[in-house]
Design a binder for this molecule. Structure first.
Ligand SMILES: *[C@@H]1O[C@H](CO)[C@@H](O)[C@H](O)[C@H]1NC(C)=O
Ligand SMILES: *[C@@H]1O[C@H](CO)[C@@H](O)[C@H](O)[C@H]1NC(C)=O
Ligand SMILES: *[C@@H]1O[C@H](CO)[C@@H](O)[C@H](O)[C@H]1NC(C)=O
Ligand SMILES: *[C@@H]1O[C@H](CO)[C@@H](O)[C@H](O)[C@H]1NC(C)=O
Ligand SMILES: *[C@@H]1O[C@H](CO)[C@@H](O)[C@H](O)[C@H]1NC(C)=O
Ligand SMILES: *[C@@H]1O[C@H](CO)[C@@H](O)[C@H](O)[C@H]1NC(C)=O
Ligand SMILES: *[C@@H]1O[C@H](CO)[C@@H](O)[C@H](O)[C@H]1NC(C)=O
Ligand SMILES: *[C@@H]1O[C@H](CO)[C@@H](O)[C@H](O)[C@H]1NC(C)=O
Ligand SMILES: *[C@@H]1O[C@H](CO)[C@@H](O)[C@H](O)[C@H]1NC(C)=O
Ligand SMILES: *[C@@H]1O[C@H](CO)[C@@H](O)[C@H](O)[C@H]1NC(C)=O
Length: 876
């Protein structure tokens, strides 16, 4: 699978070849009519989208998508409708008509969204060799009739909502080798393994090669049951309730019989203790003890892994590294010690003794000092991840000149400087470079010129004070993630970006380019296909009209705020069908707002403040998803639109301050349950303050869930690693506690009504006192009369109990609030090639994750998600 990642093209070619081959072999099939009808019935029970099973029509059912027939008899033998993309998977029920396909040898519905029960009659499909229903939404009890499938070799029912009351039937499956019961509720059947294994004559367990019991509640006592399974090669017990000392667990599992090659005990946080001796496993190749409370020293002389190739000890409490002899880990090529307590300079120095390493992951420790030159001895190193430590000093050619295999380098979030001469030609071709918050500057790093295979480049926060070299624009065309923000880059962008076919082979709709916080000047070019474009805080000039007509329609987030853009907006915005965030604030834009803003049906956040826009606000009644509208500090006029309160029911922030709006405050605003910030100050508004503000639940109920202004975050994958580019967080400058400050992460907690500097008359309504969640109320400089309601001082938020310090709140939010993030994903190599690999644990985790995260994810990708789960606080 490693090679798959690196040879993307090879994988594609392989898939194509397989497809062509299949087409050729099965070309001559004739379909059996009863089976054809059964298939149509099966199809009818599904809810189909436009692109689903469109080939399922006509007589020749053997040629339908996902179907293979016996080339002599014409019987359907294979039904394979596994989905690459869970969100696009088939929905609906699994109809019992499937049982009429009596010649099926393989039924694979992997990774769809099929609901309902597993039909009992599946037990009658006696020829089945493979039954794969993993990653659907099947419910209820697994029918014991599956015990009749005597030819079954592979059975995977994981990641549904299935329960097993009894698993005695498994013992009848004498050919079963591969069993996946991940996340099946085995509470009532928890003793099955030990009870069956006591009766060897009854049991096929000894023949299992693969057993996935992850995401269950097994305790350490289960481990003994695996000892006699001499054929068992891979055992997944991650996410269970194993407890006691690690050494006791290993002892229970270990026996001379054991031929285990892969063992996953990760995410069993009740395990604890130092690394014990593993030499009793004579052939262990991959071991994961991630998040299992492993403490102490990594690799004392008593610990011996004679055959280990991959070792994951991340998220533990290891605090010391001592590699006495490479002979204790003679074959290791992948070592993950990230998220531990390693400190000082010694661990890295020690680890460079493991000369066979290809992958080294030490991010998120407390490593300090400089990177030893002995790193150059790891000449096979392909992936080196050192981010978020306290490393300092210089990385120069001496470190890197031996590392000809290097593809992925992450040195971000340290205090490292990369001092590489302008003439240096690296021996490697990087695919991903993460070097945020290093010192690559002040000159633009010239050695990148030779890195034509880069897809991800993050050199943000690097003090680069230079203009972009010309070759960089050619390089940029193949980048899927480019972040050069927070430097001092100057000069102009090229006139246009033209991608030739050779630049890339995949869909670029999700590409992210971030040029923000630099000194770029000149006008806007025609950008290539991008999902995210950030250009804010530069000195860009000129008009937006050619940008709008020439740019790709795939944009999801566009931030051009704080530049010197000018002129009118042309009426071409309707093309951005996916746009969720549009920020044009703080420019010199003028003229009418285009009507085509009203066609931005996905828009959630619209910042147009601090420009010179005039005229009325166009109708946005179809923009139901809007959470934030800021048109403040312009020259807009007309009455305050009634439709806001009738159609934009998600609206949380409405800022129309400092314009020329007139007329009354529409009472329809009181329909907006989520409204937290209403700023109508400095307009020509007349009439009385509506009595009904107490109907705004977000202001009258302290425990009402706050809107989070975090938009889609972009995540990409480096093999098992998940990199998050961070969500786009809306910023607003708000008057709060008497001063203007910028709010981003805590914006969702701010509650303000500001109606100051208008011509409001009448009395302050009593109902204002019910707005207990309101923190700031500004009614000054109007013509209000009467008395100030006596209870107004009791509005609870006016004491600011809830917002103590910005820093505290930021912490709070970044943790808990991630749950409600909408995640976006960049489709990576592993998405395509990962699906060729069936038996890996991270794939399981991915289904689980998506089942949990429901449907708000736009993804096609497999994720090693345990870390994400933790990060996003998703419950099991
Ligand atoms: C039928 O398929 C098998 C392989 O599955 C192949 O060996 C055989 O030649 C095919 N027969 C015909 C008639 O195509
Ligand atoms: C499974 O086999 C049992 C006998 O062993 C039989 O009674 C039952 O009907 C069969 N179930 C199915 C679904 O074929
Ligand atoms: C598992 O099943 C048992 C018994 O049916 C039930 O009490 C328990 O809540 C289930 N567990 C989960 C996580 O659904
Ligand atoms: C494992 O096999 C041995 C004999 O080979 C037997 O004595 C022992 O009871 C078995 N253990 C289990 C847990 O089945
Ligand atoms: C590393 O941490 C240990 C305590 O865990 C401390 O005693 C030691 O001084 C630290 N070493 C360095 C170099 O910071
Ligand atoms: C480079 O690798 C060779 C062996 O491949 C080794 O002898 C040499 O010491 C390495 N250089 C550095 C700087 O580590
Ligand atoms: C790299 O830096 C070290 C000091 O940290 C120095 O000894 C070595 O000569 C430098 N190598 C190059 C190629 O500049
Ligand atoms: C960078 O390297 C050059 C020559 O290799 C050296 O003169 C210069 O001092 C180094 N700069 C830093 C910051 O280490
Ligand atoms: C960029 O690519 C084009 C087309 O391949 C080529 O003609 C041009 O010379 C390249 N420019 C630079 C600066 O490398
Ligand atoms: C306030 O009301 C008074 C009379 O009631 C009127 O003369 C004055 O112009 C009003 N001021 C404003 C700012 O509307």
């Amino acid at each position: 699978m490693l090679y798959c990642g690196f040879n993307f093209l090879f994988c594609v070619v392989a898939i194509l070849c397989i497809n062509l081959l299949c087409a050729e072999i099965f070309h001559k099939n004739k379909c059996v009519e009863t089976e054809r009808r059964a298939l149509l019935k099966f199809k009818d029970a599904l809810i189909l989208g436009r692109n689903d099973l469109t080939s399922w029509k006509g007589e020749e059912c053997c040629k339908w998508e996902g179907i293979s027939c016996d080339n002599l008899t014409g019987h359907v033998t294979i039904l394979d409708l596994h989905a690459l993309d869970y969100t696009k998977g088939l929905q609906g029920k699994l109809d019992s008509s499937i049982c009429e396909l009596q010649h099926l040898t393989s039924l694979n519905l992997d990774n769809n969204r099929i609901e309902g029960k597993i039909p009992k009659c599946i037990g009658s499909l006696g020829k089945l060799i493979e039954l794969n229903l993993i990653g659907n939404k099947l419910v209820s009890v697994i029918p014991p009739s599956l015990g009749n499938l005597s030819n079954l070799q592979t059975l995977d029912l994981g990641f549904n909502d299935l329960t097993a009351n009894d698993l005695e039937w498994i013992s009848h499956l004498s050919n079963l080798r591969y069993l996946g019961l991940s996340n099946v509720n085995l509470t009532l059947a928890v003793d099955w393994l030990s009870s069956i294994s006591k009766i060897p004559s009854l049991s096929n367990l000894y023949l299992f090669e693969y057993l996935d019991l992850s995401y269950n509640e097994f305790q350490s006592s289960i481990l003994k049951s695996f000892r006699n399974m001499s054929q068992l090669q891979e055992l997944q017990l991650n996410y269970n309730k194993l407890s006691s000392k690690l050494s006791d667990n290993i002892q229970k599992l270990c026996s001379a019989e054991n031929g285990l090659r892969k063992l996953d005990l990760s995410d069993n946080p009740f395990i604890r203790g130092p690394l014990p001796d593993f030499s009793c496993f004579s052939s262990l190749e991959a071991l994961s003890l991630r998040n299992a409370n492993v403490v102490g020293t990594f690799l004392k002389s008593t610990v011996h892994f004679p055959t280990l190739r991959s070792l994951d000890l991340s998220q533990n409490q290891l605090n010391f590294v001592e590699i006495i002899d490479h002979a204790y880990l003679p074959t290791i090529y992948s070592l993950d010690l990230s998220f531990n307590q390693l400190n000082g300079s010694q661990p890295l120095f020690e680890i460079t003794k493991l000369a066979s390493l290809k992958t080294l992951h030490l991010s998120h420790n407390h490593l300090s000092g400089s990177i030893p030159h002995t790193i150059g001895q790891l000449s096979s190193l392909a992936k080196l991840l050192l981010s978020s430590n306290k490393l300092s000093g210089v990385i120069n050619e001496t470190h890197l000149s031996n590392l000809s295999q290097l593809r992925i380098l992450d040195v971000s979030q340290n205090s490292l400087s990369l001092n590489l001469s302008l003439k240096w030609v690296p021996p490697f071709k990087l695919e991903r470079l993460y070097a945020s918050s290093c010192t690559l500057g002040p000159k633009f790093p010239a050695w990148l010129k030779h890195q034509g295979e880069l897809e991800i480049l993050d050199i943000s926060h690097n003090g680069i004070s230079d203009s972009f070299p010309k070759w960089f624009w050619n390089l940029s065309l193949s980048l899927r993630y480019l972040n050069v923000s927070h430097n001092i880059l100057k000069g102009t962008l090229p006139k246009s970006f033209t991608r030739t076919k050779g630049n890339y082979d995949y869909d670029h709709g999700w590409d992210v380019w971030d040029f923000s916080f630099n000194n770029m000047n000149g006008s806007l070019p025609a950008f290539p296909e991008l999902g995210v474009l950030f250009l804010s805080k530069n000195m860009l000039t000129g008009s937006l009209s050619s940008f709008c007509t020439s740019s790709s329609q795939s944009l999801i987030q566009l931030d051009m705020s704080s530049n010197f853009l000018e002129g009118q907006l042309s009426d071409c915005w309707g093309k951005f069908k996916s746009l969720e965030v549009l920020n044009l604030a703080e420019n010199n834009l003028s003229g009418k707002l285009p009507n085509s803003f009203g066609a931005l049906r996905q828009i959630k956040s619209l910042h147009l403040n601090r420009n010179n826009f005039s005229g009325e606000i166009p109708s946005l009644i179809l923009c139901h998803k809007l959470q934030l509208i800021d048109v403040g500090d312009n020259n807009l006029q007309g009455t305050l639109p009634m439709w806001i309160g009738h159609h934009l029911l998600q609206l949380s922030n409405l800022r129309m301050r400092a314009n020329k709006f007139q007329g009354n405050i529409p009472t329809s605003l009181c329909n907006l349950s989520f409204l937290q910030v209403l700023d109508l100050s400095q307009n020509n508004i007349i009439g009385e303050i509506p009595q009904c503000f107490d109907r705004i639940v977000a202001l009258s109920n302290l425990s009402f869930p706050r809107t989070t202004f975090q938009h889609m975050s972009f995540i990409h994958f480096v093999e098992n690693e998940v990199y998050e580019t961070g969500p786009f967080i809306d910023k607003e400058i708000l008057a709060w506690k008497g001063s203007n400050s910028e709010y981003d992460k805590i914006l969702g907690l701010v509650t303000i009504i500001d109606l100051s500097c208008n011509h409001l008359t009448g009395e302050i309504p009593q109902s204002i006192t019910k707005l207990v969640a309101l923190a700031t109320l500004n009614l000054s400089r109007n013509n209000l009369t009467g008395i100030i309601p006596s209870k107004i001082g009791h509005m609870e938020r006016t004491n600011d109990k809830h917002v103590t310090s910005e820093e505290d709140e930021d912490k709070l939010i970044t943790f808990g609030f991630y749950v409600s993030l909408v995640l976006g994903f960049i489709i990576g190599f592993w998405g395509v090639c990962g699906t060729l690999v069936i038996k890996t644990s991270w794939r399981r985790a991915y289904f689980k994750f998506f089942n949990n995260m429901k449907d708000w994810i736009y993804v096609t990708l497999a994720v090693f998600v345990n870390r994400l789960k933790k990060r996003f606080q998703v419950e099991d």
